[in-house]
Write a new protein. Sequence first.
Length: 350
Amino acid sequence: MVTAARAVAPLESLELPRGVALRALSLSVVYRMPRGVARVVDRVDFDLVEGAVTAIVGESGSGKTMLASALLKLVPYPGRVEGRVLYRSELLGRVVDVLSLPKEQLKRIRWREIAMVFQGAQNSFNPTMKIAEHFIDTAEAHGWRDRRAVLERARKLLEMVMLDPDRVLESYPHQLSGGMKQRALIALSLLLDPKVLILDEPTSALDTVSQKVLVDLLKDIHARLRNTMVFITHDLPLILGLAHYAAIMYAFKIVEYGPIEEIVRNPRHPYTAGLLKSVPPLRGDLRRVRTIPGTHPDPINPPRGCRFHPRCPLATEVCRRVEPKLIDVGGRHLVACHRWEEVEVDKLWS
Ligand SMILES: Nc1ncnc2c1ncn2[C@@H]1O[C@H](COP(=O)(O)OP(=O)(O)OP(=O)(O)O)[C@@H](O)[C@H]1O
Ligand code: SF4
Ligand SMILES: [Mg+2]
């Protein structure tokens, strides 16, 4: 879950409550550029509930990939990650701050405990290597050298993602469709049995039917593994049956968080309401679809006060001056909006 802002704890008193798989404290990603300083993730406090699927949702450029990459200190150079990421490591036998770990320990945790499948990574399979070799290479990079055991596990995982292991292991990446590559990649990411799996827009290159198939598949996988999953997407309704919680990002911050069904049924932030209105329904009247007018802010010079105010139909003077804090409006539902009580989807974006 997302929490109200907290002070960053000193390293010697790292604690993680039961039921929390990972906790980000005042997490930022900062780029210093000739034009100015861009804070492309801006002091985010964030808990991942253990064993649950959390969706991170927001429009393009809102900071979803940067936020997820920051959890593993994997942001593109020369970005700097600030804050803390607390995680209870089984390998290291203690709660650690991922961001302060020595390089060797960080390397051990990545992929073995927290794995991330990057956006578009299905296209980064090495075209000269068969899928089997990708599994073997990944295992060897983490010190697992028993090829037979690796391939045996690969087979089980490929079956779990509904692929034919005999065919896929012997295929080169170009012999698989986009959807098959995406599923093979998910199987590969599960090779070392990570406790936390982050999937960055795994459905974005797929057609509508394949998107639904992949989401159903992930639902089955989660039911079996009960791991902690993060699913990044633009499409809130798509992951309704899969995700338990949703964190809505706007302008490099989380502006709403809660149980996903509550967020969809009863959004309290005008931006979330707008997102829901901008998704075309599978059935029904397409004329009711509304896009949110205006453009996403520049990270170097975001609007003062509430960052959504230039696009918000409810904006008032206080919104232009005072930045709203995330507050709990009941039932683990958090929102950062001065006028959350007045938000009504149909009236707001009609
Ligand atoms: N290498 C970089 N250097 C500086 N700024 C960057 C870099 N990469 C991305 N950004 C900025 O960081 C912000 C957040 O980017 P991010 O990739 O996290 O967005 P996103 O929400 O994942 O978008 P999308 O849905 O398109 O994947 C963007 O506004 C972008 O301008
Ligand atoms: S704080 Fe004001 S501008 Fe921001 S979302 Fe709420 S009503 Fe709109
Ligand atoms: Mg992204």
